[in-house]
Design a protein around this ligand. Sequence first.
Ligand SMILES: C[S@@+](CC[C@H](N)C(=O)[O-])C[C@H]1O[C@@H](n2cnc3c(N)ncnc32)[C@H](O)[C@@H]1O
Length: 294
Amino acid sequence: MPSADEIRDLQRATWAGLSAGWEKWDSVITDQLGPVSAAMIERLDIAEDRQHLDIASGTGEPGLSIARLSPKARVVLTDLVAEMLDIAARRAKAQGITNIVTQVCSADDLPFDDATFDSVSVRFGYMFFPDVAKATAEFARVLKPGGRLCSSVWVKPEENPWTTITMQAIATEAVVAPPDRDGPNMFRCADPGYVSALYEGAGLRDIAEWDVEVELVTRSPDEYWDMMSEHVSLAVAALQQVDEQARERIRAHAIAGVSVFEKDGKVRVPGVARCVVGRKRDASGTREGRVGAS
Ligand SMILES: C[S@@+](CC[C@H](N)C(=O)[O-])C[C@H]1O[C@@H](n2cnc3c(N)ncnc32)[C@H](O)[C@@H]1O
């Protein structure tokens, strides 16, 4: 079992290596994951003049959308990887967003005082933290009483053909190790109730989970393959194990697999994410702080 430091080091190297792919495919990723940001933002109930913390922001979502929608709010974008946050800062500048700051830090060791933020978001970050319970305790600690935490994770692989097509193609040529249930991987938090239990453990209340459908849209099967092989952590790692000829066969396999999703001149591959919201107990312990008190 790797130590927390080893996990962080590996994640840092992995995401620094993936950052160019995330910047290149930014508009496709933004469109695919937009419904998840929208669902999270709706339940975070962001008001003007608020302090919002985005964890594992990567290239900036949903933090940048929150900053754009609430120009008087102050949004802090955080990530373990400076290269990812540099892209977020470039995207903010390109979109004319000025009410953000970026800060490199790990989710399980936040450099913020207790009760600093009105809301916290974590889009597709939970799966990669060395200690998910410790990270959740940190989110609860930095939330103000009554503040909300909303995160999203992927549900099981079977409901996410946008990624399983690529992984199945890779498995025809490379050994793909079964994911470690307790270690960083894309589907680590897929079980219903997994994230809710973490929220409960950190003392959050009014917890709810719901699923959100997404669709990865590319102009062709070839573009699907180029995008997937350049930005998905599992795929990039697995493809490094094989030689050029095997890579070509995997590519052909993936392109054949995704072609069944071609429609009206585009490729549209579905997927499902799960969002989870919860609230920190009110200082008074009244009303919203009590489960089932309404
Ligand atoms: C799948 S990306 C999600 C990025 C963005 N939130 C989005 O939804 O587009 C996962 C991010 O988690 C970050 N990450 C991995 N381990 C982390 C840790 N211990 N603390 C903070 N961020 C971490 C990675 O650097 C990467 O940017």
